[in-house]
Write a protein that binds this ligand. Sequence first.
Ligand SMILES: C[S@@+](CC[C@H](N)C(=O)[O-])C[C@H]1O[C@@H](n2cnc3c(N)ncnc32)[C@H](O)[C@@H]1O
Length: 253
Amino acid sequence: MVRDYQAPDWQQYRMDMHAPHRQLEAPAQEIAVVEAALDALVHTGILPHREYDDARLLAHRAAVAERFDIPWTAITPRMQRFIYAINAIHRPACMVAVGIFCGNTFISNAGAAIGPGACYQAERLIGLEIKPEEAARAARNVASVDPAGQAQILAADGLPFLEAFAGTIDLLYLDADGAGGRGKSVYLDMVTAAEHALRPGAIVLAHNSVNLAGPLAEYLAHVRQGTPFGGSVNVYLDGEGLEVSRFGTGEGN
Ligand SMILES: C[S@@+](CC[C@H](N)C(=O)[O-])C[C@H]1O[C@@H](n2cnc3c(N)ncnc32)[C@H](O)[C@@H]1O
């Protein structure tokens, strides 16, 4: 059974990728849609509850809008709020994001632990970007809200990094598009490479689960088949979508 949450207007909700900070709807509407998506994750056992601090999310949002150099992004305000909330609720000690481009997706996750929206203390926040010039831009952007340098932004290929990772990952965010025509199908290689490091109860987020469901078919089948992932929800907040999966079939969190 494919589990999903679909905002009633996900097909009409549109953002200009070059103007990502523009308000698209009433705040109450954005909050309600994201709460309904979080409810779906609670119902599936991926999150323990749906509570997060709206004022901190808004402080995070304002800092990113003021300080980040973002040439374009597909992360809509709904998706920014949703990713922030998942991190604020799950509180990953170790968060790894792969394919972070200019750093906006990285900070949507890490903003729950660093900067003005921080609500907990993480141990490791790692962002990987294969293009050195984008990794450098991401590092500059992240430093603007993380003067203590808690986050690690690495100009590196995420696949060998995950294969060799010796620690434990509590939240993995996937957004890379593989070279040589592999596109988003590289997510399957990446999650497989990371599984030895995922803590039981870890959350894996996969961007583009809606608009790129075709190239992601094998990845989506893997996280939805019942093992080693114990629950997975395809969240249609916007036209891009996010697959949210919980690693492990036992208790653990
Ligand atoms: C489509 S962009 C992500 C943009 C993001 N969704 C946003 O809206 O800001 C994908 C990024 O993944 C990077 N990438 C591709 N393959 C990678 C790999 N193997 N490891 C790390 N980064 C990779 C690309 O250089 C690119 O910057």
